[in-house]
Design a protein around this ligand. Structure first.
Ligand code: NAD
Length: 497
C-alpha cells in the first residue's frame, strides 16, 4: 500500500486543478448566455472558477437535448446489459479520477479531503457499479389471469428526469438519482447546488467518456429559484427527483401541479432523534457514536442525529462523554488529513447556524461546548463543535433543522416519553436507539416514524437497502432496487387469446 497522502501532497495536487465551469449539454461544454457566478471555496474564501449561470434558456436547451436523446436516441432502446456496461465504465473512470474529484468536492463545499476521498467517492463509485450490475437483472411480470387472456406487466423508462440536488454530498446524491435513472433507460438534466457546481460537471464529462450518448446526461448550473424552477416547471420533464430542504421540496410539488403533473420524488430535511436507554450495551460507544454522528461532515447531514434523547438517570454521564469528544475534535483545513471537521459550506450558511446557536442561548438551553466561529484568520468558514443540554422540547433548537455541528440534548424518564419526544417533529427521516433489550428494540423501532431506524449503531447503510423519509422528510426511496421504481412506469398489456 502506498503511504497515505500528506497535507503537502494534497496542497500540491490542489494547485493542479483546472475547474471548468461551463454547463454540459448534449455532450459538450456550453457557455450559455454568458452570465456567470463565482464558485467560492469555504476553505479560504478563494474563487475556484467562474461558473456558467443558467436560466430558463439553458434549461430549455438541456431539456430539449434530453428529450431528443430519449425520444430518438439509442439509450432507452439499448439492451439493459449494454446500459449496465456503460454505468460500470463510469464507476471505473470515477475511480481513475478519484483524486481530482475528491479535491473538487472538498474545495467546493468544505468537507475534509479524507471524507471526500474515502467516503464520498467510495459511495458514488459503488452507486454506479451497483446500478450497472443491476441493469439487466429485472424481470417483467405475467400475472395469472383467466385462461383466455395473457396479461403482461412491463417496466418502461419514465422519460426525461430533472434531478435537483444539494451540496452536502454533491456526487453521492447526484449518483443516487442519475445512476438508477440511467439504468432504467431515462435521460437526465441535473441541476447541482450553487454551492457545489463543479464536481457534477466532472461526472458528466466522465459519463461521455464512458459511452453515454450526447444528451443522455446534461448539467445546468444556476440558482435554485431560476434554473431549478425552470426545470421544475418544464413541460417536457417527466420526473423530478429532488433532494434538499423541506421548504424547497414544497415548491416542486407546486411546479408539478402548475405544469404537467410530472412525478415528484422528494428526499428532504430531518431532525433525527437518537434515543439512549439506560440498558444501552455500551454507553461510551453510544456517546462516541452520537458525537461522531452530529459532527461528521460538519453536521451537514440530512440524517444527523441532532436530537440526543437520553434517559435522565444517565443524562449527565452521556452528555459529558459527548462534550469531551466535541472538545477533542480538530477543526481545520479540509485539505489536512489530520482535520476532523472541515469548513461549513458558506458564510451565509454559517450565519444561519450561528443564528440558531444564539436562539438556543436565548431559549434558556445550556451551552456545554463550542458555540462560536473559529479560525477566522484562515478565511475559512469554521464553527466549533457545539453541544447544548437542557433543551426545551418546544424550542427552535429542538424542532428546526440546523444542518450544522450543533447537538441538542433532551431528557426523558420512560420509554413512552422517549417515543413521544422522538416523534414530536414534522420530519421522519431517521432515528437511533440504544438498548440491550430485544423487545424494546422491536417495539420502539416500530413506534418511531422514520424511514430508517438504527439500533445500537448510526449511519450504517448499504446500496442494497433503501433510503428516504416519512412525513415531511419526503417520499420515495433512493438506493436499492426500489429506487428504480421512481424512474420506470408500469404498463399493462392485456391480450385476449
Ligand atoms: P435547498 O433546498 O436550499 O437546495 C437544494 C437544491 O434546490 C439546490 O440545487 C438549489 O439550488 C435548489 N433550489 C433552491 N431553491 C429552489 C427553488 N425555489 N426552486 C427550485 N430549486 C430550488 O437545500 P441545500 O441547502 O442545498 O441542502 C440542505 C438540505 O438538503 C437540508 O434540508 C438537508 O436535510 C437536505 N438533504 C436531504 C437529504 C435526503 O436524502 N433526505 C440528503 C441531503 C440533504
Amino acid at each position: 500500500m502506498p503511504p497515505a497522502p500528506t497535507h503537502d501532497t494534497w496542497l500540491r495536487r490542489a494547485k493542479d486543478l483546472t475547474p471548468n465551469g461551463a454547463h454540459f449539454i448534449d455532450g459538450a461544454g456550453e457557455a450559455g448566455g454568458g452570465a456567470t457566478f463565482a464558485a467560492v471555496s469555504p476553505r479560504d474564501g478563494r474563487i475556484l472558477a467562474d461558473v456558467a449561470d443558467g436560466g430558463e434558456a439553458e434549461v430549455n436547451t438541456a431539456v430539449a437535448a434530453a428529450r431528443s436523446a430519449f425520444d430518438h436516441g439509442p439509450w432507452p432502446r439499448l439492451a439493459p446489459a449494454e446500459r449496465g456496461r456503460v454505468l460500470i465504465r463510469i464507476a471505473d473512470l470515477l475511480e481513475e479520477h478519484r483524486v481530482e474529484l475528491a479535491l473538487t468536492v472538498s474545495l467546493e463545499m468544505g468537507k475534509t479531503i479524507t471524507d471526500a476521498h474515502d467516503i464520498e467517492l467510495r459511495a458514488v463509485i459503488n452507486t454506479f457499479r451497483w446500478y450497472g450490475q443491476l441493469a439487466d437483472k429485472l424481470a417483467d411480470e405475467s400475472p395469472h389471469t383467466a385462461s383466455d387472456a395473457l396479461a403482461l406487466v412491463t417496466r418502461e423508462p419514465a422519460g426525461v428526469v430533472g434531478a435537483i440536488v444539494p451540496w452536502n454530498f454533491p456526487l453521492t446524491i447526484a449518483g443516487w438519482k442519475v445512476a438508477p435513472a440511467l439504468a432504467a433507460g431515462c435521460t437526465v438534466v441535473l441541476k447541482p447546488s450553487e454551492n457545489s457546481p463543479l464536481s457534477a460537471l466532472l461526472l458528466a464529462r466522465i459519463g461521455l467518456e464512458a459511452g453515454l450518448p450526447p444528451g443522455v446526461l446534461n448539467i445546468v448550473n444556476g440558482e435554485g429559484p431560476v434554473a431549478g424552477r425552470a426545470l421544475g416547471l418544464h413541460p417536457d420533464v417527466d420526473v423530478l427527483a429532488f433532494t434538499g430542504s423541506t421548504a424547497v421540496g414544497r415548491h416542486f410539488l407546486r411546479y408539478a401541479a402548475d405544469s404537467n403533473l410530472k412525478r415528484v420524488w422528494l428526499e428532504l430535511g430531518g431532525k433525527s432523534p437518537n434515543i439512549v436507554l439506560p440498558d444501552a450495551p455500551d454507553l461510551e460507544r453510544a456517546a462516541a457514536t452520537a458525537a461522531w454522528g452530529i459532527f461528521f461532515n460538519q453536521g451537514e447531514m440530512c440524517t444527523a442525529p441532532s436530537r440526543l434523547l437520553v434517559h435522565s438517570s444517565i443524562a449527565e454521564q452521556v452528555t459529558e462523554a459527548v462534550v469531551a469528544r466535541a472538545r477533542a475534535l480538530r477543526v481545520g483545513d479540509p485539505l489536512d488529513p489530520a482535520t476532523d471537521m472541515g469548513a461549513l459550506v458558506s458564510e451565509r450558511h454559517l450565519d444561519r447556524v450561528l443564528g440558531h446557536v444564539r436562539d438556543g442561548v436565548d431559549s434558556g438551553a445550556r451551552l456545554r461546548a463550542g458555540g462560536g466561529r473559529t479560525l477566522p484568520d484562515t478565511g475559512g468558514v469554521h464553527l466549533e463543535p457545539t453541544v447544548f443540554d437542557r433543551v426545551a422540547p418546544d424550542s427552535r433548537l429542538a424542532r428546526e433543522e440546523i444542518f450544522g455541528p450543533v447537538l441538542s440534548v433532551l431528557t426523558f424518564d420512560d420509554v413512552d416519553e422517549a417515543i413521544a419526544l422522538a416523534n414530536a417533529t414534522e420530519y421522519g427521516l431517521a432515528a437511533g436507539l440504544w438498548t440491550s433489550d430485544l423487545s424494546t428494540a422491536h417495539r420502539v423501532s416500530r413506534a418511531l416514524k422514520a424511514g430508517t431506524v438504527w439500533v445500537n449503531c448510526y449511519e450504517e447503510g448499504d446500496l442494497t437497502v433503501p433510503f428516504g423519509g416519512m412525513k415531511q422528510s419526503g417520499n420515495g426511496r433512493d438506493k436499492s432496487a426500489h429506487a428504480l421504481e421512481k424512474y420506470m412506469e408500469l404498463k399493462t398489456t392485456w391480450i385476449q387469446l
